[in-house]
Design a protein around this ligand. Structure first.
Ligand code: ZN
Length: 218
């Protein structure tokens, strides 16, 4: 009898506790809902969140996103299609750009074997000085590329980082800094359509990244 009575009262106690807990949860939940409703009202009506206030600040992120997309598109197009935009296939005049990020915009250049002379125009689209981020355009055979690039550092800036009287250098421009432009015109008579040539920037340390294939198309 006492067991069942105790069991009964414990059961009631548990129900009471659970009831309290549920009541507290409901109360809390209503508080949350009410709180966020009030917050919403405050957000809508206070000047800080007013539709006409701080418009610039609030729309800025959208423009940042658009800019990023635009930059990404520009980066893609400069790598993949600028050769088509600027340089006709096999053109005897080639335009190539270097920037402050240690990049040429072309990985490959093609000229026609029919060209008497080839002119390569190098533009530095960055802003950094030649002493710090100088670029040139140097051509050698694939086999001579590394030896010439290594020897270039010793030639110094006064020689445009091009080894002096070195017949492994097939063509070379001077070193230029940001905003500058230079060119070199050379005969490709001694070059063969089947051979592999490399163009690169011989400014110390740049050749590892700033290089590409130069092809003579028969
Ligand atoms: Zn360079």
């Amino acid at each position: 009898m006492s067991d069942s009575g105790l069991g009964f009262s414990v059961k009631r106690f548990i129900i009471f506790i659970v009831g309290c807990a549920v009541a507290i949860l409901i109360f809390e939940g209503m508080g949350e809902v009410g709180g966020s409703m009030i917050k919403g009202q405050v957000s809508k009506t206070t000047s800080k969140y007013h539709p006409e206030r701080n418009v610039d600040d609030r729309i800025k992120p959208e423009f940042v996103l658009e800019d990023k997309v635009a930059v990404a598109n520009a980066a893609n197009s400069s790598v993949s299609s600028s050769a088509d935009e600027w340089n006709a296939e096999d053109s005897c005049e080639q335009v190539i750009e270097g920037n402050d990020m240690l990049q040429f915009n072309l990985k490959e250049m093609k000229v026609s074997a029919a060209c008497a002379n080839v002119t390569v125009i190098l533009k530095h689209t960055g802003v950094m000085a030649a002493e710090i981020m100088g670029h040139n355009w140097v051509l050698s055979s694939d086999a001579d590329f590394m030896p010439v690039a290594t020897a270039a550092a010793g030639a110094g800036l006064k020689n445009n980082y091009v080894p002096v009287d070195d017949n492994r250098v097939l063509a070379a421009t001077s070193i230029i800094g940001g905003g500058e432009k230079t060119s070199v015109t050379f005969s490709i008579e001694s070059l063969s359509a089947g051979d592999a040539y490399t163009f690169f920037c011989s400014f110390p340390g740049h050749y590892a990244i700033m290089k590409g294939a130069f092809k003579v198309i028969a």
